[in-house]
Design a protein around this ligand. Structure first.
Ligand code: SF4
Length: 322
């Protein structure tokens, strides 16, 4: 099967100017040479602690940020070679659902107008068709169609995220990037929104890139999972394989720290120590070495390359370099 998205050696670095009398510039390597594919109708989960670059990666895939190096192909074409006009057309097929439904919805606009925004931008149809589509989208996400005349502040967090989902699917996209889309919601509401996303995926054959810091949420949603740390991919595998045989010490630490994971599995894993180092000044060698219980001499000086453990299960760690 041909991938719908191919990410090749992608880098996104930001130049940061320090404040003060002698302002010096530094480079923040938010995404640092990552490669992977996403296949039609699958959910590829991306998990990692805050600051690991997963949200930046999502934004570069949609070209909300320009790349520093590498490339992203959507259905075989580089998105960075598209003209403004071509990119506008491609965005119909590539949408994002953001973490904070409140700040991503314009508080001065009625919900119906928010949902209609992409339809107007892409010339969806006449007034009547847009009006009908607004109502069907609201009921599609489990909201009453009469809510179209209300404002975002009149809704709960879960309802606002449903509105964000309605806006994202308005133009029948093929790819939807969910960036921490349920992180701001209560656990019971999270489950409802995750089930809605699954139902919509089945109904419309959607492909998801599902970004979250919570491993149990990523496990629930995903077919395959990428584990990221300081802008790099440490491990990638099918969900079942990763849950049964987490290979990278960092992945194992995420298991130990995730309350939603089977307690028997959790107890077998070592909890992570320390904080994520600054991506502006990452440690030398393996980026994870200052926190790794299994660190060896080589880990402090060299960066491990990716090793295939089984088909589709790849890990970057010297424990597996023969
Ligand atoms: Fe730990 Fe070394 Fe593997 Fe890095 S390469 S995760 S420091 S064992």
């Amino acid at each position: 099967m041909e991938p719908i998205v191919e990410v090749k050696n992608l880098k996104k670095h930001f130049k940061i100017k320090s404040q003060g009398v002698r302002s010096e510039s530094a480079v923040l390597k938010a995404v640092d040479d990552v490669s992977f594919e996403v296949y039609p109708s699958e959910t590829l989960g991306i998990v990692g602690e805050s600051g690991c670059g997963k949200s930046t990666l999502g934004k570069v895939i949609l070209r909300l940020y320009e790349k520093t190096a590498g490339d992203v192909y959507f259905k075989g074409d580089s998105i960075f070679e598209k003209s403004k006009q071509e990119m506008k057309a491609a965005r119909k097929s590539m949408q994002m659902i953001f973490q904070d439904p409140f700040s991503s919805l314009n508080p001065r606009k009625k919900v119906g107008d928010i949902i209609a925004q992409p339809m107007k931008l892409h010339g969806f149809g006449d007034k009547k068709e847009i009006e009908n589509r607004k109502e069907s989208l609201l009921s599609e996400v489990g909201l009453d169609s009469k809510y179209k005349n209300r404002y975002p502040h009149q809704f709960s967090g879960g309802q606002r995220q449903r509105i964000g989902i309605a806006r994202a699917i308005a133009m029948n996209p093929e790819l939807v990037i969910c960036d921490e889309s349920v992180s701001a919601l209560d656990v019971s509401i999270q489950a409802q929104v995750l089930n809605l996303l699954k139902d919509l995926q089945d109904k419309y054959n959607l492909t998801y890139i599902f970004i979250a810091h919570d491993l149990s949420v990523v496990e629930f949603m995903s077919d395959r999972i990428i584990v990221m740390y300081l802008g790099k991919i440490l491990e990638i595998a099918d969900k079942e394989e990763l849950m049964a045989n987490p290979a990278h010490p960092y992945t194992q630490s995420l298991f130990a720290a995730s309350p939603g994971i089977d307690p028997r599995k959790r107890q077998q894993m070592k909890a992570i120590k320390g904080d994520v180092p600054s991506p502006i000044n990452p440690p030398g060698g393996c980026y994870f070495h200052p926190r790794c219980e299994k660190c060896m001499d080589i880990c402090e000086h060299q960066s491990p390359s990716e090793v295939a453990l089984t088909e589709g299960h790849r890990v970057s760690c010297f424990l597996y370099n023969s």
